[in-house]
Design a protein around this ligand. Sequence first.
Ligand SMILES: Cc1cc2nc3c(=O)[nH]c(=O)nc-3n(C[C@H](O)[C@H](O)[C@H](O)COP(=O)(O)O)c2cc1C
Length: 498
Amino acid sequence: MALIDGAEVAKHNNKKSCWIVLQDRVYDITSFLSKHPGGAAILLKQSGSDATTEFKKYHPLDYVNDLPPRSCLGAIDPNTFGSLTRRKDLEDRPSSEANTGQKIPHISLCVSCLDFEKAAKAVMPRKSYIYASTSANTGASLKGNIEDWERINFRPRVMRNVGDVNTQRSIFGHNSPYPFYISPMGTLGAIHPGAEPEMVKGAVRKGIHMVVSTASTKTTEQIMRSMVEEQKRMNYASPTRLFFQFYMPVNRERAVELMHMVKKAGYKGLWITVDTPVLGKRESDRVLQAEEALSVGLEKQSTSEWEVGGENAFAPAMGGRVVSGQLSPHTTWGDLKWIRREWDGPIVLKGIQCTEDAKLALEHGCQGILLSNHGGRQLHTAPSSLMTLLEIRTYCPEVFGKLEIFVDGGLRDGSDVLKALCLGATAVGVGRPYLYALAAYGSQGVERCTHVLYEELTTAMRLLGITSLNQARPEMVNASRLLNEMWRPENTAARSHL
Ligand SMILES: Cc1cc2nc3c(=O)[nH]c(=O)nc-3n(C[C@H](O)[C@H](O)[C@H](O)COP(=O)(O)O)c2cc1C
């Protein structure tokens, strides 16, 4: 194989001739620029340089085999790496300019979920931080998620012998020491070099369940393998189970293929995301897109696509193949029929936001619903997940006991978890706190975040006067402030639909 000098590679740094280095090989990707699902700009920014690290953040490495064979020009001369272009751009800037150069706090200083965000902000590339923290439009949905948990209060009982407490819960028969799990989040490779397997390692060590995103950096099988390997390494039969978050591809064959792959790999349930027929308007991401477009004078690129694989984008869960239309705006309740035929395990609809849809989920034979507004990233001024929980308790209490009811969005404290359980939730999902913990401390951060939530939960249980989650009851919280603001059928034309 021809040896190519780094200085030569560095010359091919534009639209007319674009070369990059991947895993010691030099590729001419000029003809691929216009076909790249993430846009040409992101490739051009790597032109003339070693793009291996960037590439691995978003794609399984074997994706490189899908480039036409003739695009591989040879091997880079190992003595000339120093002559390659060094890329230092917007993405490399730390998210918090003020923290540049500051040391990351010792992990023991993270005593609440919010501390992980501060630590992560100091180390995360700005682009990754924007991806994680962004929310829809003015941010009202995200703010509502977080603030509503503090707008309900406990009604504690005292003198109840709370020496020992038990926080066990099970999700579809899979026991867990915790009533919370790690929510699915796409493209963790942009958050930590170990990507999803790093998150899984931390989960296994603590025995917490995790839902894996369709838009993961690693393949479905790789992620499952990382769980098995960590269990073996630790010689520990961790109760951790992986469930799969499913973005419905437009192409039904692809959808079926993916479901079968997921089933074969051993995932225990399908969390179908139903609140994302299209992507919400992520404002800080829009600003970033504009900045990047200005910086290279090219078409826009978006971190939003990392979450869904993007329209006409890579779907790493499919083994890095290009999948046309990763998100389907055409999905209807009728689709649950054929999904049911292809998937014989539990089905959860992720993103239920009102009573009517909770009822429909039950009627359509689902096993669970996840009350969620996607972490405030989708519909501007969507109801907080807590508000939806209250509405469903009031107007369709029959779903409790028939469906497993999950809640996510804005849970930042073990006592928030307890409030959700008092109001009837089976378990709750926690998203960003785990992502920030991973960014700052890798799998140790995941363990620490679990510990922090667990400690807060057990303290809250004792101070509330209960020793087991089975004792959690609605009368243990005062939700009257939120109930006063709750949607009422008598005040709306929607009454006839109830
Ligand atoms: C960075 C990021 C990526 C996400 N990616 C996905 C995804 O791929 N699929 C999905 O259904 N939800 C995704 N979500 C939504 C989460 O699953 C979850 O609903 C939300 O984060 C919960 O809110 P919280 O972050 O306030 O805990 C993502 C959220 C974040 C913050």
